[in-house]
Design a protein around this ligand. Structure first.
Ligand SMILES: Cc1ncc(COP(=O)(O)O)c(C=O)c1O
Length: 470
């Protein structure tokens, strides 16, 4: 190698006392995001001038011009001059859900994906999923390399513990019960099966933020609880999610996966602190803007749950029980989310007739439509037809899957009992803002319709017959 020539001419470098090339530049630094630009977004939400002013004050302490990329309003979780909204949201979630760890992510799907990876779902491992859920539960399992195994739901419209037991094979790695529509699963029975077979449990709580089973919040039973905190759910205003766990190592693994392999760590770029701590991950971080909205939302969650609970109880206490009309089973009346009242009439035709009559009385009632719907396993073609994102057929025809017997042949109707129940399942919406008088009117309307079609079961009320019998 020739010697470095800079030796000779070094007197000209500023570092050696020579003239400095840049004393000033003509242009001046501009904030990357102006207040006004940000407030334009706030204005689209229809706030009053007073609120807009408050928002303006709240975002006033922006990163000074001269910061990387021009400064301006700064909405990242790390290096933020203000306390992180997202961290505060997590603290509130830990308190509300009574869990050791909570990590805010960008979607419920991201939470599920991270949980499946952290639970060590390897290529070809089976994940047992109820056949009534949103597609994301199964999709996240497949992206992690898992093979979904459909479990039937029972009359609670949640995972049937008896079918769960039947679906376990030596390849099963994870059970993923889903607290669908805010109905809580029979967690005693599910956890018993999981313990007996030494399986991990990832609870999909996307539709049940704050719901509980026998006094314990859902999400806290399994190894992980995965929430969707979005505008489509009871809590949330945009697109976000939440991952909770009571297990330190499992939580660290999930968080690592959701944060590019470990950006959250106290010594971010430090060596692994324990065997297997570090690996490659993605970025499912929740944004600070989203966190600000969610912070307000989580503050309202318990009151909303209480309102729904009171209104559903009112209906269950007022509406008679009927012979030959099966109400949906409830695993925990005090704990479920209570935003609907369900029945399982004998046939779809009966269900349609009731639904029409209820709607005519001014109620919101409905059942599964006839168009394809990715909430029901029989319509989830990506799974049932082994569709893959990549040309290697991952994970359906990956060597590990093939070696262990290949993926199930799901067929056209992979969960016949769930299909039957879902086609008869009649749901009547319950609103949290109903007053006592509203509840009385709603109970009267429902009773009027049911009286016209069915015979009352003596003096019994729905409350006497809806709970799961053991
Ligand atoms: C049962 C269930 N699981 C998972 C998800 C996915 O959540 P997200 O849309 O936040 O990714 C949803 C969302 O609708 C859901 O309903």
């Amino acid at each position: 190698m020739p010697p470095i020539v800079a030796e000779e001419k070094s007197q000209t470098l500023a570092v050696n006392g020579g003239p400095k090339t840049i004393d000033s530049l003509e242009g001046s630094p501009q904030p990357k995001i102006w207040h006004e630009e940000f407030l334009q977004v706030a204005r689209t939400w229809g706030y009053s001038d007073e609120t807009i002013e408050k928002i303006g004050e709240a975002i006033a302490d922006e990163v000074p011009p001269g910061a990387p990329f021009g400064g301006g309003a700064f909405h990242g979780r790390y290096y933020n001059p203000r306390p992180s909204n997202v961290a505060e949201f997590e603290a509130k979630a830990r308190e509300l859900l009574n869990v050791k760890h909570a990590y805010a992510v960008s979607s419920g799907t991201g939470a599920l994906h991270s949980a499946f990876i952290a639970a060590d779902v390897c290529t070809g491992d089976e994940v047992i999923i109820p056949a009534y859920t949103f597609f994301a539960t199964a999709s996240a399992a497949v992206v992690a390399g898992g093979i979904p195994v459909w479990c039937e739901v029972d009359e609670s419209m949640t995972m049937d513990p008896a079918d769960l037991e039947r679906k376990i094979t030596p390849r099963t790695k994870v059970i993923a019960p889903v607290h669908m529509n805010g109905y809580v699963c029979d967690m005693d029975a599910i956890m018993k099966v999981a313990r007996q077979h030494n399986l991990r449990v990832v609870e999909d709580c996307a539709q049940a933020f704050g719901a509980s089973y026998k006094g314990k919040r859902v999400g806290a039973f399994g190894d992980f609880g995965c929430y969707s905190i979005s505008c489509f759910k009871v809590t949330g205003g945009g697109e976000a999610g939440m991952l909770v766990s009571n297990d330190d190592r499992l939580f660290d693994r999930a968080r690592n996966f959701a944060e590019a392999g470990g950006l959250w760590r106290p010594n971010r770029f430090g060596h692994p602190r324990w065997e297997g701590e570090l690996f490659c991950g993605l970025n499912y971080r929740q944004s600070e803007l989203e966190g600000a909205v969610n912070l307000v939302q989580i503050g309202k969650a318990q009151k909303q749950l209480d309102q729904w609970r009171a209104n559903k109880r009112h209906l269950l206490e007022s509406i008679p029980a009927y012979l030959h009309l099966q109400p949906q089973t409830i695993n925990d009346i005090e704990g479920e989310m209570n935003h609907s009242l369900g029945f399982l009439p004998d046939s779809r035709a009966d269900s349609e007739k009731l639904s029409g009559a209820l709607r005519a009385e001014g109620l919101s009632a409905g059942l599964r439509g006839t168009a394809p719907d990715w909430h029901y396993a029989d319509d989830m073609w990506q799974i049932n037809q082994h569709m893959s994102a990549t040309s290697d057929g991952f994970p359906w025809i990956s060597p590990q899957t093939v070696e262990s017997g290949g993926p199930p042949d799901y067929g056209e109707n992979p969960a016949p009992r769930t299909k039957d129940l879902s086609e008869r399942h009649l749901k009547i919406g319950i609103e949290k803002w109903w007053t006592k008088n509203d509840c009385a009117k709603v109970a009267e309307a429902i009773t009027k319709v049911l009286d016209a079609f069915y015979e009352r079961d003596g003096d019994k009320k729905l409350l006497n017959v809806v709970s799961r019998k053991r």
